[in-house]
Design a protein around this ligand. Structure first.
Ligand SMILES: Nc1ncnc2c1ncn2[C@@H]1O[C@H](COP(=O)(O)OP(=O)(O)O)[C@@H](O)[C@H]1O
Ligand SMILES: [Mg+2]
Length: 406
């Protein structure tokens, strides 16, 4: 019997389209002898759909087509199984059962723990980080605070909330100006370079903050790394075991990697709906920034990056296959960890490919790690029998408790 893998993608996020591409690339490569693939597409307005047609990129040109020909479903736990049940109609038919959920989602409302929280609430095994790993992997303020507590090398930074900035912007600007210009301003949780700007002086800083606050109520400001070289590495595993991929250098014509660099410039794919896409022919996949793979690094720097990446992955409680991004000052050879992408675009398959681990193997490894995580999770005690409720009733139920709760 094949394991039924529900590949979940889309969602209400600025990276919706990127997620569709990543998921379709993966569905093309999952070993279909071992696994039955069940596509589960979440629209931007949070409706869930399933059906084989969702494996085809062309259907995403027309949402009405999807609404008409695939099934609008809910995923929940019923009679010991995880089922996709028709949402509408007199007979709420079970469309599919699935054994394990495989979120291939990017950005807020999905990759950031929101989807993982739902999956863990119904109890289904899942591939990738659990809710805790996903939350800290999306929030640049959380991830930096955790990494700095472990002394991982990072640029000097600070972060603040919108309400505190509105109350006393001078105080926040003063705090920020303990850092040295040029500074880079980032909304804490967007991704894909959305709302990010470099600023050389206070006027530009204020403008950048106003812009970043349109995307998030939490903003990170950090020092810019000069003579920049950006390298990325993937880490596969969970808190117990990890292995690392090849390291790539990403190249950009701009001062920093933009949304266009990441998804539109550089690659050779066919432009569809604004995104280059060619899962069968492109070794680059969705992440179509120009790259040098393997990156030009001496063995000392390489080892340093591998070790930091593993530490960073572990302390955040990541699981599955994450991409960890670094900034290097080419002049001083100083390495700074920048961010983790806990579910990276194209699942960073090209970084494994360069180490002769093909995409099918990567997906197989990820699913196996998800199964291991699930077994670990259910081996722990999560509830116990208690007589608290009996005591509650004996005291006269709600009425009896009312006095005590005052
Ligand atoms: N401290 C920094 N110094 C120089 N460039 C940076 C710095 N932080 C980010 N960048 C540039 O901005 C890009 C986007 O920032 P990043 O933190 O990776 O956010 P995102 O989650 O949007 O990818 C990076 O790929 C890099 O080019
Ligand atoms: Mg980034």
């Amino acid at each position: 019997m094949r394991i039924k893998v529900g590949v979940i993608f889309g969602g209400e996020t600025v990276e919706h389209e990127v997620s569709i591409i990543s998921a379709i690339q993966a569905m093309n490569k999952i070993d279909s002898e071992k696994y039955e693939i069940v596509p589960i597409y979440i629209t931007k307005d949070r409706e869930w759909y399933t059906g084989d047609m969702l494996k085809d990129i062309d259907v995403y040109q027309d949402l009405n087509l999807i609404k008409k020909y695939s099934e609008n479903v809910v995923l929940y736990f019923k009679d010991g199984c995880y089922v996709l049940q028709k949402k509408k109609g007199m007979l709420k038919k079970i469309v599919k059962e699935i054994d394990i959920a495989f979120p291939i989602v990017h950005g807020t409302n999905v990759e950031d723990g929101v989807l993982q929280g739902y999956l863990q609430t119904i109890g289904i095994p899942l591939v990738g980080p659990n809710v805790y790993g996903a939350v800290v992997g999306q929030d640049k303020a959380f991830m930096k605070d955790i990494w700095s507590s472990r002394n991982l090398p990072m640029t000097k930074y600070t972060w603040f909330y919108d309400c505190d900035y509105r109350k006393n912007s001078d105080k926040i600007i003063n705090e920020i100006e303990n850092l040295k210009y040029p500074l880079i301003v980032k909304p804490a949780r967007t991704g894909s370079s959305v709302g990010i700007a470099v600023c050389e002086n206070q006027d530009k800083l204020k403008e950048a903050i106003d812009d970043a606050l349109q995307y998030d109520n939490k903003v990170v400001v950090e020092e810019v790394v000069e003579n920049l070289k950006e390298v990325n590495i993937a880490v596969m595993g969970n808190y117990e075991n990890q292995k690392v991929s090849e390291i790539e250098e990403v190249l950009s014509a701009n001062k920093f990697l933009t949304y266009t660099d990441k998804y539109i410039g550089g690659g050779k794919g066919k432009l569809k709906g604004g995104f280059k896409y060619s899962p069968k022919t492109s070794s680059k996949g969705m992440a179509s920034a120009s790259r040098k793979l393997p990156a030009d690094l001496d063995s000392k720097l390489r080892e340093e990056i591998e070790n930091i990446a593993i530490d960073a992955f572990k302390v955040l409680g990541a699981s599955g296959n994450s991409r960890i991004d670094f900034l290097i000052d080419k002049k001083t050879n100083k390495v700074y960890i920048n961010e983790i992408n806990s579910i990276p675009g194209s699942l960073a398959f090209y970084l494994w490919d360069a180490k002769e681990i093909n995409f099918t193997q990567v997906l197989d490894d990820m699913i196996n790690i998800g199964i291991k995580d699930y077994k670990k999770r259910i081996s722990k005690t999560h509830s116990f029998e208690t007589n608290i409720l009996k005591g509650f009733a004996a005291n006269g139920g709600v009425k009896g408790m009312k006095g005590k709760l005052k």
